[in-house]
Design a binder for this molecule. Structure first.
Ligand code: GLU
Length: 473
């Protein structure tokens, strides 16, 4: 049987890295076994629906290369792929369960349920429905419905026995049936709950492996009872560990380090994001860090998903991104990095701008950072950081180094890196200074930065005039 997995987001806003990690694992589960990846939109919670969210989900998947084989945006034989367009289907299957006695109509109104909630609260026990309508004869229930009474459909849970299953990641999960609530399958507005729709859709869409967050681990026995009632074979469950943040804060679509569109807009490369996210909760067989998506498709193995939470750290993502930036060939890199360049380059030759950007290729960890690291090349008004100022005042020889370098630079007729290196060499020999005391003052004074690429290249790009102006300040 062909493996089929699904990503089933609720369209409640932009995607964050936790959502993308779920999509990625579902995608890799399918691809590692030659299967199909399906996109289903779980939009049954009409109140939380956000305009444009579906487009963002599709765009994001597209951008990072997770090609949807079937479902929203791709079509397919098992549609519709929006849950809100499948209400008749859920209704039909819920009625089938009622007919079999495994579900029942419930007429309890909010008032009664609130009373039950209050009692549970006062007793400090979790609220569970008390089965008040469980034994209403079907005939009578149907009459009440025909008379226009509001109702929900509830699953009738067995009162004894145990339901268990083996989760691929977490092993055996067992639940005593008498602890399970008669949960709502169809709400009074006719919409299904997640608890019902996921089962119906996963079955009807022939999903073989269900990848989802581990928050569903303990409700899965209820879903298994539904599969049993229908006489359907249940899928393989691959519950995934949470993604948590290194700094202890919660992942949020509104945080710029977590929101995918923000990350992309700041110049994080999709390859880097995918590579990093794959390692958040999955451990490759070999001790290896860099994987293209193609390589992940081959190396991924659901058995190696870890049950421990993946710890998302933007610093680590920056490290991956820096690696992928370095890997770009110069032409691709220039085309990419220029999209993030906001400095005014008018009056500069294209050749100079390109050289500058390439010189800094190994020194940025995301696209927009380019502006910060090269901005002093575009202004005479740079401000020195406290750290730079402290360094310049840290040794009396520093003033001599700068003075000597000025005189050496003044003598250069042919402005090139060799002659600049010669000038540095002359300062070194005449004052007998080397290392940090030689290079750091020259870099700070000439460029305004404490760190950066090769000093000769930086000074070359600054040009003779600007270098002298800066050094004399
Ligand atoms: N719609 C659910 C959510 O966004 C997905 C759960 C699932 O994959 O089954 O949390």
């Amino acid at each position: 049987m062909k493996v089929r997995t699904r990503f089933a987001p609720s369209p409640t806003g932009y995607m964050h890295i936790g959502n993308l990690r779920s999509a990625l694992f579902a995608y890799l589960t399918a691809k590692s076994m030659g299967g199909d990846f399906i996109l289903r939109i779980e939009d049954t919670d009409q109140e939380r629906k956000v305009e444009g969210a579906v487009d963002f989900i599709c765009q994001t998947l597209d951008l990072v290369g997770l090609k949807v084989d079937e479902g929203v945006g791709a079509g397919g034989e098992y549609g519709p792929y929006f849950q809100s367009e499948r209400l008749d289907i859920y209704k039909k299957y819920a009625e089938m369960l009622v007919e079999k006695g495994d579900a029942y109509y419930c007429f309890c109104d909010e008032e009664r349920l609130n009373k039950l909630r209050e009692i549970a609260n006062a007793r400090k026990v979790p609220f569970t429905y008390d089965g008040h309508c469980a034994n209403i004869p079907l005939e009578e229930a149907r009459k009440r419905i025909a008379a226009g009474e509001k109702y929900v459909i509830r699953q009738r849970m067995p009162k004894e026995g145990v339901t268990s299953y083996i989760d691929t990641v977490y092993g055996e999960i067992k639940v005593e049936n008498n602890t399970l609530e008669d949960q709502i399958l169809i709400k009074s507005d006719g919409y299904p709950t997640y608890n019902f729709a996921n089962v119906i859709d996963d079955h009807l869409m022939n999903i073989t492996h269900v990848n989802r967050g581990n928050e569903y681990l303990s409700s899965t026995p209820k879903y298994l009872l539904l599969y049993e009632s229908f006489g359907w074979e249940s899928p393989v469950y691959v519950h995934q560990p949470l993604v948590i943040k290194a700094d202890g804060t919660k992942i949020s679509k509104r945080n710029k380090d977590d929101n995918l569109m923000d990350l992309i807009n700041r110049g994080f490369l999709p390859e880097a994001i995918i590579n990093y996210l794959a390692l958040l909760g999955w451990c490759p067989k070999e001790n290896r860090e860099f994987f293209t998506l193609k390589e992940l498709e081959e190396a991924f193995d659901i058995k190696r998903i870890s049950s421990a939470p993946g710890c998302y750290d933007i610093k680590k993502l920056e490290w991956f991104n820096a690696h992928y930036i370095k890997e770009l060939d110069d032409e691709k890199y220039l085309e990419w990095v220029k999209k993030y360049l906001t400095l005014d380059v008018s009056g500069k030759s294209e050749e100079w701008v390109n050289k500058l950007l390439i010189t800094y290729k190994d020194h940025i960890s995301c696209g927009e950072e380019i502006n910060e690291v090269v901005k002093n090349f575009f202004t005479d008004e740079y401000n020195l950081s406290e750290e730079c100022k402290e360094f310049l005042a840290s040794d009396p020889v520093i003033d001599l180094v700068i003075e000597k370098f000025i005189s050496e630079i003044e003598l250069i007729e042919d402005w090139n890196c060799d002659n600049i290196n010669l000038a540095i060499e002359n300062v070194k020999n005449s004052l007998n200074v080397k290392g940090k005391l030689l290079y750091m003052p020259l870099r700070i004074k000439a460029s305004g930065y404490m760190h950066g690429p090769g000093l000769d290249a930086c000074i070359y790009l600054l040009g003779k005039e600007k270098t002298l102006r800066n050094l004399r300040k």
